[in-house]
Design a protein around this ligand. Structure first.
Ligand code: M6R
Length: 603
């Protein structure tokens, strides 16, 4: 989805700009580039590949300059080529731009600009802005005016940053439906797609809103509305995240580090001010109709939430994938949508939020990134406090979201009288055991899971099965597996298996079954009948469960015994570890799997 960085300073900026796009690599990593202003004009260096490898060929850090913009790309328009990498220049070389988003009317604009004599160097939608600004500058002779006139012509979504030889000490930037954040430093100011871009240099942050632009110098800045030109006084937010927590701390990959951070992230989620959850439960009670909304992992977390609300509070709240929300949901002014998102910047989820707002309904959000669009736009926001999650593959953010949804379900059950204060307190006390149990799962099982992963990483087709609450866990486990290993993995409910997929079962299709504890008698029996069905057809079955049933499973990952309410919080962790170790044995790009990006900010 692309990452944008910018620095203006009284000191050379190349190191900070380079570090900025390194920090943003999770947003896209097929190519990258920088543009600097120096005495000879605008210097652009870019190429395909990861930031480190482009640095080797293009020596990104060795360019002199006090003003620069940079970009990491996740291709949408135009193949992964050097020409399509950002920054893009105007014909006369006076303007360079970087862009995140999609310009939906770029074809028309490109045709028009070609008629005016402009020549395009790339197939991207983004390049039109550089030419448009050049065109408007011819008339206005004012970069800021030319920039805003050009913005008035583009449709779609964007975060833009622009530098110009006509205003050598400034960066011009603007936002419409793609994130953009300014960092306020000492004689240096920064720009980024998120604050991680520059968190090592400043924790003072300004979040630009849709329809706003900014002009940034080394020791000054101002923000205005694009349409009216009216000045906007933006608050400065102090970010509490420690830049150290966004480092690997000796782990080979962020994914492994973040899997290990889950117990602490869950403790943080449990320690949040209870008022946020109480307010959420009240909103659910007041609404005529509620939805749980997320996409990818957060859709599966929403599905898990759907089960938690049904099981604990007898309240049915359907989960809807945010990419389909506008096609499916019929919200009214008394509907509530509860959005779940790690980044708070996912296009589909924000689009669903706008949809419910247009219907006059209310919104709540469970979100990890402070100051993100979702966190600021929802009527009620619970900041989950899991700390930075850098790996593209979500782990600790998801399990912490599950904790918050369980708390909300318990609170709702208490409000409706389904659970007495004492009963609720009892489950909550038991809940406090989860982080410790997860720690044991990680410590006691990692080596065994690594062994299994090495033994079976040659298997190309994987089925993940579960029933009840273990069904969305199976879906999420399969997603982990496919995104990080690039193997085919499908998640399914045990009951669904015999309605078609059973025909795929043979010795080449391996199944992992998430088995509930035996106390869940019906669910346990039904799950085991799925295992029997697979075994009867020569399938190989790995169990992840709490009881040893040696004769049925070919392999079993045993989990510690916990109460049946807490058991569903455990199986995801061995599933994450299994996916990680299979990916490791296949030598995959674990933290940045091919074709993926952490924050999907395009439709
Ligand atoms: O930032 P969000 O939680 O809104 O992101 C939603 C999905 O893009 C995300 O969960 C994606 O599926 C992850 N790669 C899963 O690991």
């Amino acid at each position: 989805m692309c990452g944008i960085a910018g620095v203006v300073s009284s000191q050379p900026v190349s190191d900070r700009l380079f570090r900025g796009i390194k920090n943003l690599e999770y947003r896209g990593y097929d190519s990258c580039g920088v543009a600097y202003l120096n005495s000879s004009g605008i210097v652009v260096r870019k190429n395909i590949g990861y930031v480190d490898s482009v640095n080797v060929t293009e020596r990104l850090c060795e360019i002199e300059g006090h003003v620069g913009i940079a970009h990491t790309r996740w291709a949408t328009h135009g193949r992964v080529t050097k020409a399509n990498s950002h920054p893009h220049m105007s014909c006369n070389g006076d303007f360079a731009v970087v862009h995140n988003g999609i310009i939906s009317n770029y074809r028309g604009l490109r045709d028009e600009l070609r008629m005016q004599g402009h020549e395009f160097a790339s197939d991207t939608d983004s390049e039109v802005l550089a030419h448009l600004v050049e065109e408007y500058y011819r008339v206005t002779e004012d970069v800021e005016k030319a920039f805003t006139e050009a913005l008035g012509r583009v449709e779609g979504s964007y975060a833009f940053a622009l530098i110009s030889t006509h205003e050598p000490g400034k960066i011009f930037c603007a936002r419409c439906k793609s994130p953009l954040v300014m960092g306020i430093g000492n004689k240096s100011n920064y720009l980024g797609s998120d604050f991680i871009t520059f968190l090592s240099y400043t924790r003072k942050v300004i979040f630009l809103d849709d329809g706003e632009y900014a002009v940034i110098c080394g020791d000054d800045y101002y923000t205005k509305k694009i349409e009216s030109g009216e000045l906007v006084d933006k608050p400065i937010t102090e970010i509490s995240w420690d830049p150290e927590t966004s480092k690997k701390n000796g782990y080979p990959h962020y994914m492994l580090k973040e899997i290990h951070e889950q117990p602490n992230a869950m403790v943080s989620a449990m320690g949040l001010d209870n008022q946020g959850v109480v307010e959420l439960a009240r909103m659910i009670l007041d609404a005529d109709q509620c939805f749980l909304v997320g996409v990818g992992t957060t859709y599966y977390v929403s599905l898990i939430g759907q089960y938690l609300f049904s099981i604990h509070a007898d309240h049915f709240i359907p989960a809807v994938s945010s990419d389909e929300f506008t096609n499916l949901a019929k919200p009214t002014n008394n509907s509530l949508a509860i959005f779940v998102s790690q980044s708070g910047e996912t296009y589909d989820t924000l689009n669903a939020l706008r949809f419910i707002k247009e219907a006059g309904g209310s919104s709540a959000a469970i979100v990890n990134v402070m100051g993100s669009s979702l966190a600021r736009m929802a009527d009620h926001t619970i900041m989950q406090g899991s700390g930075p999650e850098i790996c593209v593959v979500s782990t600790k953010a998801a399990t912490s979201q599950m904790i918050i949804l369980l708390q909300a379900a318990l609170e709702l059950a208490h409000l409706t009288g389904k659970l007495s204060r004492g009963e609720k307190g009892e489950i909550e006390r038991a809940m406090s055991e989860i982080p410790g149990r997860i720690n044991s799962v990680i410590n006691d099982n990692s080596e065994f899971i690594r062994g299994l992963a090495n033994k079976y990483s040659h298997i190309k087709n994987w089925l993940w099965l579960g029933r009840g609450l273990y069904y969305p866990l199976a879906l999420e486990s399969a997603l982990k597996m496919k995104e990080v290993t690039y193997l085919h993995a499908e998640g399914m409910s045990g009951g669904f298996l015999k309605h078609g997929t059973l025909s795929l079962i043979d010795e080449d299709m391996y199944t992992v079954v998430l088995v509930p504890p035996k106390e869940e008698e019906d669910l346990y029996q039904l799950t085991m009948s799925s295992v029997e069905e697979i075994k009867a057809r020569g399938g190989f079955v790995i169990g992840i469960g709490f009881d040893h049933d040696e004769d049925l499973f070919d392999e079993i990952i045993l989990l510690p015994k916990v109460s049946r309410f807490l058991a569903p919080f455990l199986p995801l962790v061995p599933a994450q570890l299994f996916a990680y170790f299979v990916a490791l044995s296949l030598d995959r790009e674990i933290d940045k799997p091919k074709s993926l990006a952490k924050s999907v900010t395009v439709p």
